[in-house]
Ligand binder design. Structure first.
Ligand code: ADP
Length: 463
């Protein structure tokens, strides 16, 4: 799991421009039918959880691609869907150049000897009623890989390969610690001699002291067996240390893909920037401001329009017509979304007025949303003032224009595509040449040798 720049191999050699990746994922989608209420089902209205909504990436031979993002953003679904453990809704997965998305059962079974998975929770992923011998042997039996003494030898060899001993073969899962169980889970995955392994949060359920041992084991196995990994984690500090490249996901989509060095010097996508700033800082030289992401992750059943991150992004582009200060604009946009959704609480505003904290309802609504009493941009002020007035009015006049339209920006209307940027790829309108005035707030990437690496050190922020 050595670190490599984009275009370079994990072993440090240059990657040929025409090198076919081991795995290529194109526009992968997985929608689950939502478990909605009885009435909805009766009326035939179906809702879908857009767990994975069109992701594309590739993994090269011998490489570790880290996949990171907040809980529920679709990481596990990507891992399971690309292995065809879960049927994709759309998109294509190529393994060694071959489309594996629509294989007949027998070919899919053969593919399982090449692609495996290690689960997060070894306790629940190993059958408690089987001995370790049976758990590992089952994988060999299903594929007819070894019988009799050869089978016993192979199980012994696998246990030793993952740091256990042959004497463990006749014990049951409840006799092992969490770290030992994860070693058994790894041995089971390796039994069929795969080339590619999805490691789905393999250390998240383990004590910190044991995590490093399992990461080292995975690293050694990769070196010895030439494995390629998709390494899933919600914690950027784990992914940073083990990945050759890192893919950052948000609400079913890819936000950014880059090498760890590129990702941190400085992060380009505002979401990566926020994730990174949440890591407890090991390097006293790191001076970037901590970004607290407001609100929770929106529902994948009805994700926000435009860029899905726009409801929480601290760097949303504002409409060309306005010139608001960024925090002012962020607060205005939140209020606009509430007004448009008819969700402004008049009761809260009335309570503020009754308590003497605001002279009137519109002022109370603004105060409740951290919006200044008067905006710095007169045009924006006029539009917002009439929208707030209508929102708190008992009998509002029909609005002349849709408030969402007045305050629309590329971030609220257009889904950004993952585009090549200096040293990586990012899906963000800040990097779209179609919006030249929306120049990124961070300095362009400067990849400095040794500026960041598996030891966790980082370059100083330019901020
Ligand atoms: P992550 O691994 O990033 O935590 P998941 O891939 O587990 O995210 O889940 C992504 C979204 O899909 C979540 O909203 C989750 O609730 C939903 N989801 C996952 N599996 C199912 C399922 N079998 N049925 C319905 N929804 C699911």
């Amino acid at each position: 799991m050595t670190t490599a720049h984009d275009g370079a191999r994990p072993d440090g050699g240059e990657r040929r421009p025409d090198e076919e990746p081991l795995l290529r994922v194109e526009n992968l989608q997985k929608y689950y039918e939502s478990d909605n209420g009885f009435l909805d089902r009766l009326l035939g209205s179906r809702q879908y959880v857009k767990a994975v909504d069109g992701v594309s990436f590739e993994i090269y031979e011998g490489e570790t691609l880290g996949l990171v993002g907040e809980s529920g953003c679709g990481k596990s679904t990507v891992g399971r869907t690309l292995l065809q453990l879960v049927e994709p809704t759309g998109g294509t997965v190529y393994y060694r150049g071959r489309d594996i998305t629509d294989l007949p059962d027998d070919e899919l079974r053969d593919l399982r000897t090449e692609m495996q998975i290690v689960f997060q929770n070894p306790q629940s992923s190993l059958n408690p009623r089987l001995t370790i011998n049976d758990i590992i042997g089952e994988a060999l039996d299903v594929h007819g890989l070894a019988q009799g003494t050869t089978r016993d030898e192979r199980i012994k060899e696998l246990l030793e390969r993952v740091g256990l001993s042959a004497s463990h073969a006749n014990r049951y899962p409840n006799e092992f610690s969490g770290g030992q169980l994860q070693r058994i889970g790894i041995a089971r995955a390796l039994a069929v001699e795969p080339d590619f392994v999805v490691c789905d949060e393999p250390v998240s359920a383990l004590d910190v002291s044991v995590q490093a041992q399992i990461l080292n084991l995975l690293d050694d196995l990769q070196d010895d067996l030439g494995l390629s990994y998709l390494f899933i984690a919600h914690d950027l500090s784990v992914v940073e240390h083990v990945s050759d490249r890192v893919a950052v996901m948000y609400l079913g989509e890819m936000a950014e893909i880059a090498t760890p060095q590129e990702l941190f010097t400085p992060p380009q996508h505002p979401y990566t920037e926020a994730l990174l700033s949440a890591i407890p800082e090991p390097d006293p030289g790191w001076e970037a401001d901590r970004i607290i992401l407001e609100g929770s992750v929106p529902s994948p059943i009805s994700p926000p329009s435009g860029c899905k991150f726009h409801t929480r992004c601290p760097r949303v582009i504002q409409p060309d017509a306005f010139e608001l200060e960024q925090t002012e604009w962020r607060a205005v946009l939140d209020l606009v979304e509430e007004i448009a959704a008819g969700a402004v609480s008049v009761e809260t505003a009335e309570a503020l007025v009754a308590a003497g904290d605001a002279p009137d309802l519109p002022t109370a609504v603004r105060a409740d949303h951290d919006v200044p009493e008067t905006l710095s941009d007169p045009e924006a002020e006029a539009a917002l003032a009439s929208a707030v007035e209508a929102a708190v009015s008992a009998a509002p006049d029909p609005p002349e224009t849709d408030v969402r339209e007045t305050f629309a920006s590329p971030c609220t209307t257009d889904d950004p595509t993952l585009r090549e940027i200096d040293g990586g790829r990012a899906a963000c309108h800040l990097f779209d040449p179609a919006h030249p005035d929306a120049s990124p707030a961070v300095a362009p990437r400067q990849v400095v040798d040794g500026s960041s690496g598996p030891d966790g050190s980082r370059a100083e922020s330019d901020d």
